[in-house]
Design a protein around this ligand. Structure first.
Ligand code: FAD
Length: 373
């Protein structure tokens, strides 16, 4: 069959590869001038630093099959994500761990002492937390909430934490040991030559043709037996019901001769600092050596029509609009909506790959009877 894939990000590349290997003829279009979607990496011409163009991307997963998959296309170097945060004139370790707690309270508590101490700080008068703020106060109390959650959340989402659901903090966001590895997953690493190199290898198959700088229009579908669409869900329908809300990011890029902050990601929890974090890209490739440095100050705001959609907002209003678009999707044939934009969800890279592999398998089993969503 002739198959069109809209988007040369991980979703499009992984589905395309699997279907190409099964004998289908694959065309991939992407409106951007490069492949790899939001995972795109590029070497800075002056310093040689590998830059994560759309913000920091760390690969982490518990899915052994997905880990084997990415390793079959690229060497993954050992990498642990260790995030710091600046708050109240001090630098702390995140996620909040025993070091953070002892430093913050100027104590030398053991794990069980710290656990009892944090329980004393928690606001136990809140029996049933109704929002993110109450949930955080219930878990860690006012001081840690103010220093580490409040300002960052306001800057990231542009709303008061009292307007966000309690479910964002599902469990106690504190570790009572000195483990400062941000992710719990079994497998974690960084592609030696960047994500774009990996995606290029995934797309490197004789049955795959890629057209960059090519925006999908619905009439293109007429030339194909099936379309997999990883662009924005509302965009497919020309936004006829309105726009699904996203947060977008602005990156203020600057260079530095030497080492600017000593780590890849430094958060800024205070509301008085307008950016959420600074990323220093060379620390994502600790096996490389560069004198110069490339850094991004990251600002978050509501997405306007011409901006890049980053984080789906998925509050009550957006979920209602999503349901209306899903009703339209259900009346649509010949297309399957995939990936973070096509399904309007935040998806980590490993989940994106898992879903793409499963979608391709389902297509190979059911053919064009595959559900649209
Ligand atoms: P995308 O990468 O967005 O690809 C979609 C492609 O479709 C794009 O290239 C776009 O140009 C193209 N497109 C859209 N509309 C059209 C159209 N009409 N015509 C043609 N082409 C079109 N995941 C992790 O696992 N670890 C991380 O540390 C991590 N960090 C992240 C940080 C940020 C700031 C963000 C926003 C995401 C992060 N992610 C991370 C998630 C990761 O970016 C996604 O999992 C991944 O990009 C999803 O791939 P995708 O192919 O579904 O979407």
């Amino acid at each position: 069959m002739n198959i069109l894939l809209v988007g040369a990000g991980l979703s499009g590349a992984v589905i395309g590869r699997k279907l190409a290997e099964a004998g289908h003829s694959i065309t991939v279009v992407d409106s951007r001038a490069h492949i790899a979607g939001n995972c795109h990496t590029e070497r800075d011409a002056q310093t040689g630093v590998m830059v994560h163009i759309y913000g920091p991307h760390i690969f982490h997963t518990d899915d052994a099959e997905v880990w084997d998959y990415v390793n079959s296309f690229e060497t993954f170097m050992p990498y642990k994500n260790r995030v710091k945060t600046t708050s109240g004139g001090q630098v702390f370790s995140l996620p909040i761990n025993l070091h953070t707690i002892n430093q913050f309270y100027n104590r030398t508590m053991r794990p069980d002492e710290a656990r009892a101490f944090i329980e004393e700080q928690a606001d136990t008068s809140i029996a049933e937390p109704q929002n993110f703020e109450e949930q955080a106060m219930r878990f860690v109390g006012g001081a840690l909430y103010e220093a580490f959650f409040k300002g960052y959340t306001i800057k990231q989402w542009g709303v008061s934490p009292t307007e966000l659901p309690a479910a964002i903090l599902k469990r106690l966001p504190v570790r009572f040991n000195y483990d400062d590895n941000y992710f719990f997953h079994r497998f974690q690493g960084m592609p030696e030559n960047g994500y774009t190199e990996m995606v290029a290898r995934i797309l490197d198959h004789p049955a795959i043709t890629v057209h960059l700088n090519t925006r999908f229009t619905r009439d293109m579908a007429d030339d194909y037996d099936h379309v997999f669409y990883s662009g924005p869900l509302d965009g497919y329908f020309d936004y006829e019901l309105g726009r699904l809300g996203y947060r977008t990011l602005d990156f203020e890029r600057f260079s530095y001769e030497g080492d600017y902050q000593g780590c890849a990601v430094m958060n800024y929890g205070e509301e008085t600092v307008p950016f959420t974090r600074i990323t220093e890209h060379k620390h994502f490739s600790p096996w490389e050596s560069h004198d110069g440095s490339v850094c991004y100050r990251e600002f978050s705001r509501d997405c306007e029509p011409d901006d890049i959609p980053y984080y789906p907002i998925r509050q009550v209003k957006e979920k209602a609009l999503l349901a209306e678009y899903v009703a339209l999707v259900e009346q649509t044939s010949g297309v399957t909506f995939v990936g973070r934009l096509g399904t309007y969800r935040y998806l980590d890279m490993d989940v994106t790959i898992r879903e793409a592999l499963d979608t391709a398998d389902a297509f190979l089993a059911k053919g064009t009877d595959l559900p649209a969503f």
